[in-house]
Design a protein around this ligand. Structure first.
Ligand SMILES: Cc1ncc(COP(=O)(O)O)c(C=O)c1O
Length: 387
């Protein structure tokens, strides 16, 4: 069976795949159909937080599968309730809406923003300021929120009600809020798809102050940065701010699809029955796996994430062939002198899987990648950047 050929024939042509089929894995190692081993620094784009086949996660998922795989949101469900409770206790948020993906979590946050504007100021106050170079998802509305024209091509008309500010320029946000009837500001703290660049701390803190003064919701999209990825449970904790809404997905599920929109004090009572919903949202199997992930992102693990991050920055900053290293925690972008695609292909040949963000290499290893495995992979990346 030629899986690659079948894929090409039958799967919608939306992905430019690497010429590689992954069939199994364990921890930070994955294997192709010929048994070749790779160190995985992509983790399914920041999804497999504890690597492949993590035993505690598997146990939680299988235990739940043995009980019931799905209930619908017409009934109470233990994993879903306990996950929401744990998320709220760990973040100080007050309520959680569960969905299946990052885009869906952001759709809910956008609804929260619009409902907040309507409630506090009137129906016209629906505009949301997002940042240029952002990425918020692939649905028409989250694409509309995405501040990159290239994603809007072919799909116009986009959903109205989004204006775009230059990142790290507080005056730009202030001008946009002055000239539009706004309800919220929505940001990624590290623009992932946009090239792994972290926002300035002072800017983010000014933004928090400004949104409070103007009574706007501050929505932080932590779909990629969340769940330990940046060295804190959520990246906003690194920035010393308290957002009104936090969205997340990816690593939360540890490999199964789940999205979460966490609502703080200002947003907690915006939703009433019927205003949002999702058939699969908070699915008990996904929620049980997510609970196992969140419970194990503790201070010790977060300290390890920071230590490994520092190691990567130290090794690669100023290395031959490396122009710059950016990001936070284990979400790292490497700008190389040579073409990123070629370096990625050579790393792949040598058994290291790295992905791309714009023109950079992007590293998103498992939070628990063993140090010796990480060192081996970084050595290969370094050599390939230099070559
Ligand atoms: C910051 C951010 N928001 C939203 C999304 C969309 O998430 P999903 O693909 O799960 O819909 C992504 C995906 O890369 C993301 O990085």
């Amino acid at each position: 069976m030629d899986i690659k050929q079948i894929d090409k024939e039958y799967i919608a042509n939306t992905y430019a795949r690497f010429d590689l089929q992954l069939v199994k894995g364990k921890g930070s190692f994955v294997y192709d159909e010929n048994g070749k081993e790779y160190i995985d620094l992509g983790t399914g784009i920041a999804v497999n937080a504890f690597g492949v086949g993590d035993s505690a996660w598997k146990e939680a998922v299988i235990n739940q599968l043995d009980k019931i795989q799905h209930t619908s949101n017409l009934y109470y469900s233990e994993p879903c309730a306990l996950l929401a409770q744990t998320l709220c206790k760990r973040t100080g948020m007050k309520k959680v809406f569960f969905s299946n993906s990052g885009a869906e979590a952001n759709e809910c946050a956008i609804k929260a923003g619009r409902k907040y504007g309507e409630t506090k100021k009137g129906k016209d106050y629906y505009t949301i300021v997002t940042l240029k170079n952002s990425f918020h998802g692939r649905t028409i509305t989250t694409l509309s929120a995405t501040g990159q024209d290239v994603f809007h091509e072919h799909f116009t008309p986009m959903t109205g009600g989004f204006v775009f500010a230059q990142a790290n320029d507080i005056d730009d946000v202030k001008t946009l809020v002055k000239n539009n009837k706004c309800c919220a500001v929505m940001i990624e703290l590290v623009q992932g798809e946009g090239g792994v660049t972290a926002l300035d701390k002072t800017y983010v803190q000014e933004l928090e102050k400004f949104t409070k003064e103007e009574d706007l919701l501050l929505i932080v999209d932590e779909v990629q940065t969340g769940n330990g990825r940046t060295g804190s449970l959520y990246a906003y904790m690194e920035y010393g701010i308290t957002p009104d809404v936090v969205t997340t997905a990816k690593g939360l599920g540890g490999g199964l699809p789940i999205g979460a929109t966490m609502l703080g004090d200002k947003a907690a009572s915006l939703f009433t029955p019927g205003l949002n919903g999702s058939t699969f949202g908070g699915n008990p199997v996904c929620a049980a796996g997510a609970l196992s992930v969140i419970e194990r992102i503790d201070e010790r693990l977060l300290a390890e994430v920071k230590e490994k991050s520092a190691y990567i920055f130290n090794e690669l900053k100023g290395a031959k062939g490396v122009k710059s290293v950016s990001g936070l925690g284990l979400m790292i972008g490497i700008e190389c002198e040579k073409d990123a695609g070629e370096i990625i292909a050579r790393c792949q040949k040598r058994g290291v899987l790295v992905i791309k963000a714009k023109h950079k290499l992007r590293l998103l290893p498992a939070l628990n990648i063993p140090m010796d495995v990480l060192k081996k992979a970084i050595e290969i990346i370094k050599e390939e950047c230099e070559r």
